[in-house]
Design a protein. Structure first.
Length: 289
């Protein structure tokens, strides 16, 4: 699809009530692309980082390929005011490997990363790089409230989200025994949730975003110090230098099964945390129908 696609016939992906502006929202903002991926440093290659043969596709771009989202002018202005303008300098420092001091800077970085990865995972996000678009698994089942807080001037990230970050050392090793956490499908009463994971790297900063309403997570990387938790956390707390790793700290595997809980039993206080090496059903058999 052309970068000049007219989106004025599409509803805004954030408020859902107004029509998009012509261009919509640049999910990776122009200021970031100009600072880190200017055209003069191209061409930019797309494809597997470790291509084994000439049969595997690879594309080249003169300009860094954009990610666009249908977005109305009002929501676009709110994103600019809440996230982009106050975050520019401090996000670049995080990408450069610096720690982010406690206070307003740490808050802005956490909010910017949550905002950006949520929009990257949005089912309406349009990736101009077709190879990346084919590799992306958008959050088709995530509820609208995961996005509406972004355009509420006083909105805070929902408790159903978690996010972690680390810095990767390419290429990722494939010979490491990586722990696996299974993500369930949950039904309780009239509500049904499919847990969702979205993981993507910007330069060498890798962020994992997880939607897991009502079910806590024991991330092995937190205990081992191989990841930094971005949320849930006090937004003001310092973000230390991100730990480096040459392999993924955990693999997230969707479960094909749906767990149906007895009425009133699915609560954060009663459900043991999801953890590596254990099937979710084995943790909660006493709570299931």
């Amino acid at each position: 699809m052309s970068p000049r696609t007219d989106r004025r016939s599409q509803l805004c992906a954030l408020c859902g009530s107004r029509l998009s502006s012509r261009r919509g929202e640049h999910v990776l903002p122009t200021w970031l692309i100009n600072a880190r991926f200017p055209a003069a440093t191209g061409p930019f290659k797309s494809g597997k980082p470790n291509r084994q043969s000439n049969d595997e596709p690879e594309l080249q771009y003169i300009d860094f390929p954009r990610v666009m989202l249908p977005c109305c002018r009002e929501c676009n202005n709110t994103l600019e005011r809440r996230f982009e303008t106050p975050s520019r300098e401090v996000v670049l420092r995080l990408l450069d490997g610096e720690p982010i001091a406690a206070g307003g800077d740490a808050r802005q970085v956490r909010l910017w990363l949550l905002k950006t990865w949520l929009l990257l995972a949005h089912p309406a996000a349009e990736y101009k790089d077709p190879l990346l678009a084919d590799a992306i698994a958008p959050w088709h089942s995530a509820p609208a409230e995961l996005y509406t807080w972004l355009v509420d001037e006083t909105g805070e990230p929902p408790a159903s989200l978690s996010a972690w970050a680390h810095r990767y050392e390419p290429p990722y090793r494939q010979d490491v025994n990586v722990p696996v956490i299974v993500l369930p499908n949950v039904r309780t009463g009239s509500q049904t949730w499919t847990f969702e994971c979205f993981e993507l790297s910007l330069q060498t900063v890798n962020v994992t975003l997880l939607f897991h309403p009502g079910w806590p997570i024991d991330h092995p990387g937190e205990l081992e110090g191989t990841v930094v938790q971005l949320w849930p956390a006090d937004l003001e707390v310092e973000i230390p230098v991100l730990p480096q790793s040459n392999h993924r700290p955990v693999l997230w595997r969707p479960s094909p099964w749906r767990l149906t809980f007895r009425d009133g039993t699915y609560r954060r206080e009663t459900v043991p945390p999801l953890r590596a090496g254990t099937e979710p059903a084995d943790l909660v058999r006493h709570l299931l129908l």
